[in-house]
Structure formats: C-alpha cells, structure tokens
Design a protein around this ligand. Structure first.
Ligand code: SAM
Length: 313
C-alpha cells in the first residue's frame, strides 16, 4: 500500500534544491544533444495547490519555495520573467531560475502571488523541445490520472511524441530503458523515490548501479533526504559512490550544524548525479558556487551547499 503523498511536501526545501539541480541538468542536456529522452521514475501528481488541501496542512512549502520566492520573485518580475534584465541575463542563479519557472504557473496579471507549485514532470515539459521525449512513471493509482490531466492542460508544451505516462514501477521501467537494444533510449533519468520502506534504499541503489553499468550514455540524477537520526540515505549514497565506475557529482544542501536546532525531520537533502553530461561536469564547481550564493540569499548565510566530485573527475 502506498501511503506517501507528495502533496504534503510539495515545494519544501528538498523539492526546491532537487528541482534547481534538475533544471540545470536539463539545460545542459538539451544544449548538448539534438534529441533528449527523459525518464522520471517517480513522477508524482504534476502540480500542487499550496494554499489548500494537503500542502496547506503542514505548509512545508513556506520554508522552501516560499523563501526562494520572497528572495527572487521581484527580480524575476522586473525582468519580465524572461531573464531580460541585464543582471539576470548574466547569471540567473539556480534558485532564481527555478522561481522564474514557478512564476509561469502563477502568472495572474493582477498579482504575483505564489499559489501553485509545479512538480518535476511539468518543469521537465517546460524545458523540453518538440523533438524531445519524456516518460513519466507513477505507481499511485490516484496520482497518475491527476498527472495525466495536468500534462494535457492547455498551455503545456506538447511534445511531438508524448509525454508517455505510465502507471507502474519506475525502477523496473528505467532498467528496461537502460538495456534497450537501440541507442535511442533514455539520456537523462530522474529517480525521486518516497523512501517509504527500508528496502527501497537497496532497490534504488541496485537500479542505479545496473543502469550505469548497462548504459554509458545515460545520466542519472538520484534525490535523497537527510533525516535526523536515520543514516540510511547517507549509507546508500556512500556505498553507491564507492561502487560506481562512472564519474559522479554529489550536490548536497543542509541546515547549519546538521539541523542541530531541529527536533525531527529533514535537515538536508542531496542529488547524486551519475555520469553527468561532460560540459555540465566541467562546470559543476561553478554550479555549486552559484547554488550556494542563491541558498544564502534565500535561506540564510549559514545554509550550506556542498559539492563532492568523484575521484575519476
Ligand atoms: N518527482 C516528483 C516531483 O519532484 O514533483 C515527486 C515524486 S514523490 C517524492 C514520489 C512519488 O513516487 C509518489 O507520487 C509515489 O506515489 C510514487 N511512487 C512510489 N513508488 C513508486 C514506484 N515504484 N514507481 C513509480 N512511482 C512510485
């Protein structure tokens, strides 16, 4: 039984960093390839109302996209949302770039209020070109039709082929992609599990290792949470980093002093990027610096962004 519902957490700090990294990977991927195929193993419902229903119950978004919005929405609005502003054009930081994307879902002419937060599939669709492809897996029987509906809503980018939305296990779907006989398979995979059960950490790690070994042209971005009193994610990432034969970059954000002031919950999160696109890899350090600067502006100067590169780099 799946009890995890992403709507409770949509737009929280983990989502914000995850999506900022994801947008930058997509940007690099699109620049590097004539055609991109994105597979999301855990797609969620696609779009979330922040001021009603589940997201409004815990208001986790207020500590995530709420803060990034407060820090950057005025700049985004000033530049017309298109990065026209000379300063923004030079270097819109990764969190500012995310706010620019989120603003497009909140573009009422009368006010710039944050009401809706797009999940990873809608952000992906916003980035892709007509010729690109996307496959979204979602296992929850209620979230999957909602995702379908949001992907088909007016204003969404209509890809020539899709997106393809599958009700099913995304890890199995990705393994099948990695071993496709033709070379036209997935080029960028996002793995964003709920980590509801203990066994998921091992399943995810096995899937990442199998896909990385089977397909040298696939970039895999794996999100993980850092939760007080639970080191499963860190153990998983550490063992992955030791086992991987391909280059990787670990981008991590964390509260000061590993969340020492918190009583429970998530003190940080990370994205492990396996086999990154070569130009993204070459500039990963600068990306980390820019993310760190934006994080300081939105979440406070003691909020830490740490980037670790694999020894092969
Ligand atoms: N990636 C989404 C985003 O950033 O907007 C959020 C995804 S949420 C963290 C995880 C989702 O995975 C949930 O909607 C859950 O129902 C779904 N899920 C859980 N196990 C799955 C599986 N084995 N395959 C596909 N989806 C799964």
């Amino acid at each position: 039984v799946l009890s995890y519902r992403h709507a409770f957490h949509a737009g929280n700090r983990g989502d914000v960093f995850k999506h900022a990294v994801m947008l930058d990977l997509l940007r690099a991927e699109i620049a590097a390839r004539a055609r991109t195929r994105v597979v999301e193993t855990h797609a969620g419902a696609g779009l979330y109302a922040l001021r009603s229903g589940k997201a409004d119950e815990r208001r986790e978004w207020a500590q995530g996209i709420g803060k990034a919005w407060d820090a950057f929405a005025a700049d985004v609005a000033r530049s017309g949302g298109h990065g026209d502003d000379a300063e923004a054009k030079q270097s819109p930081g990764p969190l500012q770039e995310l706010v620019r994307h989120v603003a497009q879902f909140n573009n009422s002419k009368k006010r710039q209020r944050l009401d809706l937060y797009p999940g990873s599939p809608l952000l992906t669709l916003q980035m892709l070109r007509d010729q690109d492809e996307a496959v979204f897996y979602e296992l929850h029987a209620s979230d999957m039709p909602v995702l379908q509906w949001h992907c088909a809503s007016p204003g969404r980018h209509v890809l020539k082929n899709g997106p393809k939305i599958e009700l099913g296990d995304g890890l199995a779907g990705l393994r099948a992609e990695a071993t496709r006989a033709d070379l036209e398979g997935c080029t960028l995979a996002f793995i964003d599990p709920p980590y509801e059960v203990k066994s998921e950490y091992n399943e995810v790690a096995r899937c990442v290792l199998a896909c990385a070994a089977a397909n040298a042209s696939m970039t895999i971005a794996l999100w993980y949470p850092l939760i007080l009193g639970m080191d499963r994610a860190e153990t998983m990432v550490q063992s992955l980093c030791e086992s991987l034969k391909t280059p990787w970059v670990d981008v991590r954000e964390q509260a000061p002093n590993e969340g020492a002031g918190l009583e429970r919950g998530m003190w940080g999160s990370g994205v492990l990027v396996v086999n990154p696109e070569s130009r993204w890899l070459a500039q990963a350090g600068q990306f980390g610096d820019r993310l760190g600067r934006d994080a300081a502006q939105a979440f406070g100067s003691d909020h830490v962004v740490r980037l670790t590169l694999s020894p092969q780099v």
